[in-house]
Design a protein around this ligand. Structure first.
Ligand code: NAD
Length: 432
């Protein structure tokens, strides 16, 4: 095959003195560091650094006013060496192609970190879902599905929910795909409603996986989760479920936040009350019994465990030095820049990287897909037990790799996962 086997004579990439916050550039820097540790040859690096397939589509949508609005959407498949592409779909006004490329690449490493038979993909539509009606979202989703239909499918690429998409979005995708191919196809998306082949345990899976990873991190840091203090940025699917599950373990939730700001109570916030309050008022801000805290101040709170569960690039050179948490568990994708990684490692903060800390979501998505293909469904207890096995095994494999390579957990996770994808690529060989 055309892939050379000679290690590339390249130094570990130097990070520019001013931080580059382009997520795709960041994803490539993280990859380069691992590729260097693994001494991958140049040909293989070129394959793994690039997106395998990028699709950009126009999505003409009839709005409630009767006017047509054309949205732009993307589906990026980064790698399919180990199995079908897998990754979420994001609706957000700030979606860019580079963000989707980065998220797709991170999915490849994530599925490999937890050793699922998948590659990596991601999708996004530039839109402001908070200002769209349910009907508009449905029409946009169905048209987007028909546009990307040639490249998705249970054996090709399996979307799932991400920021501002949910089980209803997945139901529309499943229905549109099924109507167009002429047969009910449960396995085309995951994160579906239970009534439509969704898996029990999926809605909490990202947060539950994060909890399992943090339980292991606490053992390393000798922290008792009972009574440990926790700050959570982002109170959506991942963040609110994390608050609830950590509180069930008797951890004290000091602060939570959403896009409008945060709230703080040194004696602890009751996540269930916060969820009810957010349902009524659309935000956690103003919740009775709490004081206001900004998203920036939440990140630098004195606490045992910090969980960024919103968007990218929130822990950067600007605030890394000020982080006081002993464990940072990345429920969000890409919240920490490579510069900030170095600062946190120097300060002795144990960072559980996104490709491990939030891999619970894709793991139970994998369980959902397996159940759909079998047409045989598991109990919630079985799902949670298998999730615990997968995440805890991955945590120890990452920790062992980290130790062997004298590095921090992000690079440890990258060395493990990039190594697995590189092996699969080499053993498959190049076509033609
Ligand atoms: P979501 O849409 O349910 O929630 C996002 C939350 O972030 C909301 O509470 C929103 O108000 C808040 N937010 C938005 N902008 C913010 C800002 N500037 N500052 C503070 N908070 C802000 O999304 P989600 O599914 O919970 O995803 C959150 C993160 O977790 C994303 O990075 C996503 O990629 C990642 N993730 C999600 C899953 C999953 O299964 N949902 C799986 C893996 C990773």
């Amino acid at each position: 095959m055309a892939i050379a086997t000679k290690p590339a004579p390249q130094a570990i990439p130097r990070i520019a003195p001013r931080e580059d916050l382009n997520p795709y550039r960041i994803a490539q820097i993280q990859f380069d560091i691992a590729a260097e540790h693994l001494k991958l040859d140049q040909g293989l690096r070129q394959i793994l650094r690039a997106s395998k397939r990028v699709m950009e589509v126009s999505i003409p949508t009839k709005m409630d006013s009767g006017q047509v609005k054309v949205f732009t959407g993307y589906r990026v498949q980064h790698n399919i060496a180990r199995g079908p592409a897998k990754g979420g779909l994001r609706y957000h006004p700030n979606v860019t192609l580079d963000e989707v490329r980065a998220l797709a690449m991170w999915m490849t490493w994530k599925t490999a970190t937890v050793n699922l038979p998948y590659g990596g993909a991601k999708g996004g539509v530039i839109c402001d879902p908070k200002r769209m009606s349910k009907g508009e979202l449905e029409r946009m989703t169905r048209r987007f599905t028909s546009e990307i239909l040639p490249i998705i499918g249970p054996g090709r690429d399996v979307p799932a929910p991400d920021v501002y998409t949910d089980s209803q979005t997945m139901a529309w995708i499943m229905d549109t795909y099924s109507v167009m191919v002429g047969e009910a196809t449960l396995g085309v998306v995951t994160g579906k409603p239970i009534s439509l082949g969704g898996s029990l345990g999926r809605s909490d899976a990202t947060a539950r996986g994060c909890l399992f990873a943090v339980e292991e991190a606490c053992k390393l840091k000798r922290i008792n989760l009972r009574g440990a203090t926790v700050a959570i940025q982002g109170f959506g699917n991942a963040g609110s479920a994390a608050a609830r599950l950590f509180a069930e373990k008797k951890a004290r939730i000091l602060a939570i936040s959403d896009s409008r700001g945060g709230v703080f109570n040194s004696r602890g916030i009751d996540p269930l009350k916060a969820m009810r309050y957010k349902e009524r008022s659309g935000t956690v801000v103003g919740m009775p019994g709490t004081s206001r805290i900004s998203n920036d101040d939440l990140l630098t709170l004195k606490c045992d465990i910090l969980i960024p569960a919103a968007l990218e690039n929130v822990i950067t050179l600007n605030n890394a030095e000020l982080i006081k948490a002993r464990i940072v568990a990345e429920a969000a994708n890409g919240p920490t820049t490579p510069h900030a990684d170095e600062v946190l490692a120097r300060k002795g903060v144990l960072l559980v990287p996104d490709i491990l800390a939030n891999a619970g979501g894709v793991t139970v998505s994998y369980f959902e897909w397996a159940q759909d293909l079998q047409g045989y469904f598991w109990t919630e207890g079985e799902v949670n037990l298998r999730l615990e096995t997968v995440i805890k095994r991955a945590f120890h494999e990452v920790h062992e790799t980290t130790r062997k390579h004298h590095t921090h957990m992000r690079t440890g996770a990258y060395i493990l996962s990039v190594g697995r994808v590189a092996d699969a690529t080499l053993v498959r060989g190049l076509y033609p």
